[in-house]
Design a binder for this molecule. Structure first.
Ligand code: HEC
Ligand code: HEC
Length: 476
């Protein structure tokens, strides 16, 4: 009922906006129809042709619930706030920054045009909060984080895995995950302490993130802003390392991800991007995992990989898939190795000429090792293969172990192409809808005479550099 009334009101609003001749003459309209309409829609309701299924959804300018503001909760943003959001974009969302494409004057015209979507801008005067200056203490901020119960949404470790977030998402189906505070580069309004101070003070309108202006004093909010900055520890992108070197250790490869031996291996940050299948077409979709960390060890008999990634939606083993009633969604990880010398198939699961070896772990299911020659044609091979997994504080830790004697052959001086792929069941990921890395290489730590290994490394790096160069050429 309420919905019907709302839709009626919106329809009336459409008619009045469309028939408002003054609006059609706004100088910002032309720029808006060229660049913004695709996502935000002609009438500014966040329903443009590209917006179907986009998450987060484009802002509805008629509703005017702006999030990145210097004004108190519930108020409109200032012109300067709007200009900043348009110029810099909203990191971690499909909303791009426009400062390199539009002039200052054009940005100003757009600000005026966006304001014309909501009559509130004619009657309300947004007042910026006191300009924040000040320092804070990370230690005190840690206490405030607990006292103010930020952990209930953002999780104890800040990975966005708090109890309320889980309930909001999965019991009530509201797409409002609390931000993963370990990934500062996805903060919509910037990740400097002064930005975070403003978000904590004024909240994010229209989201579960409320204002703390009256709940915490100014110093506490500063301390908290500094503490949040200190949580920002996830790498932005790759560490430019394409080679995973399995470091030699004495004794067994530990199944415990916290065992000290894993610290001996360098952590490689692997960037992941969404792979979207076209058949059936899926929604515009952002994978949960955008980076994973990988470490490798060997001990003369076995090779082991420790793969870790943030999954704030919690461990999923048998979440029902609403689109396919007979399937369940489970978190999963796979490692895919090219088996033929010099082959790096373009597709996940290889093709007839380029078979790949796949190690597949699914939460709550038995892990499998198989040879694949194209999507759908996998041959499961029982072999000595151990996988141990644990989910702790918003993060998966999965250890894969296998004897060195199997296929592919891991040797010092041999660089086996490997790629990583992850699925977050809680984000509806399964099948071809998954996060995937580019090809990296695995090798064993070289023996004491290092020359042949260095030569092989130089040739692999040469190939990688050439590939990147070709990709850049193709893109430009
Ligand atoms: C590819 C899609 C896309 C395009 C193109 C796009 N936006 Fe957005 N925009 C979004 C999304 C998605 C959000 C919401 C992000 C969120 O909720 O965190 C958004 C949010 C915004 C916000 C809200 C900021 C706030 O404080 O809440 C403004 C303002 C905005 N866009 C302006 C524009 C303007 C102006 C243009 C054209 C120059 C534009 N956008 C083009 C997708 C887009
Ligand atoms: C009721 C749940 C909830 C509580 C409690 C909560 N947050 Fe949030 N927080 C959220 C949500 C949801 C978002 C993301 C909003 C959105 O969709 O853009 C968020 C976003 C943020 C952001 C990101 C801002 C940006 O620019 O992207 C920061 C920083 C943050 N919260 C800090 C805190 C701190 C510090 C506390 C404790 C004082 C806190 N939050 C309490 C739910 C919560």
């Amino acid at each position: 009922m309420i919905r019907t009334v709302l839709i009626l009101i919106l329809c009336l609003a459409t008619v009045s906006a469309a028939s408002n001749p003054a609006k059609a003459q706004e100088p910002g309209r032309e720029i808006y129809m060229k660049h913004c309409f695709w996502c935000h829609g002609e009438e500014g309701r966040g329903d443009g042709p590209a917006a179907t299924g986009m998450l987060p959804a484009p802002r509805d300018f008629v509703g005017a619930e702006y999030r990145i503001r210097s004004t108190p909760h519930g108020q409109l943003p200032t012109d300067e706030d709007l200009r900043r959001a348009i110029a810099q974009g909203l990191p971690g969302t499909p909303m791009p920054g426009w400062e390199n494409f539009l002039s200052d004057n054009e940005l100003g015209q757009l600000v005026e045009y966006l304001k014309s979507f909501s009559p509130r801008f004619q009657t309300e005067k947004p007042e910026p909060m006191k300009t924040p200056t000040g320092t804070g203490s990370t230690e005190r901020g840690k206490e405030v984080y607990v006292k103010a119960k930020c952990f209930m949404c953002h999780g104890e470790s800040g990975r966005g895995d708090g109890g309320i977030t889980a309930a909001l998402n999965y019991q009530w189906g509201l797409p409002h995950p609390a931000r993963d505070l370990t990934r500062g580069w996805t903060f919509r309004g910037g990740h400097e302490p002064s930005d975070i101070y403003l978000r904590i003070t004024g909240g994010l309108n229209g989201t579960p993130m409320g204002p703390y202006q009256d709940l915490l004093d100014e110093q506490q909010r500063w301390d908290l802003a500094h503490y949040v900055t200190s949580l920002d520890r996830e790498p932005t992108e790759s560490s430019d390392d394409f080679v995973v070197v399995a470091v030699s250790i004495e004794g067994e490869i530990p199944d415990d991800p916290e065992a000290q031996q894993w610290q001996q291996a360098a952590a490689i940050a692997v960037p992941l991007a969404g792979q979207v299948v076209l058949d059936p077409p899926t929604r515009w979709w952002t994978p949960t995992a955008v980076t994973a960390t990988v470490r490798a060890l060997c001990n003369g008999r076995e090779i082991g990989f420790l793969l870790q990634w943030n999954d704030p939606t919690g461990p999923d083993t048998t979440r029902p898939d609403t689109t396919r009633p007979d399937t369940v969604l489970a978190d999963s990880a796979l490692l895919q190795f090219a088996t033929e010398e010099g082959s790096k198939p373009y597709f996940l699961f290889g093709d007839a000429d380029n078979p790949v070896r796949v190690w597949h772990w699914r939460a709550g299911h038995a892990a499998e090792q198989s040879t694949a020659t194209g999507s759908g044609t996998t041959q499961i091979e029982p072999e000595d293969f151990q996988v141990t997994s644990s989910w702790k504080e918003g993060r998966w830790h999965v250890v894969f172990r296998r004897p060195l004697s199997g296929e592919p052959k891991f040797e010092a001086g041999r660089f086996v192409p490997v790629l990583f792929s992850l699925c977050d069941g809680g984000n509806g990921e399964s099948g071809g809808v998954r996060a995937i890395s580019t090809w990296l290489y695995v090798t064993l730590q070289p023996p004491s005479t290092i020359r042949p290994w260095l030569l092989a490394l130089a040739s692999v790096l040469g190939t990688v550099v050439a590939e990147i160069w070709i990709l850049r050429k193709l893109r430009s």
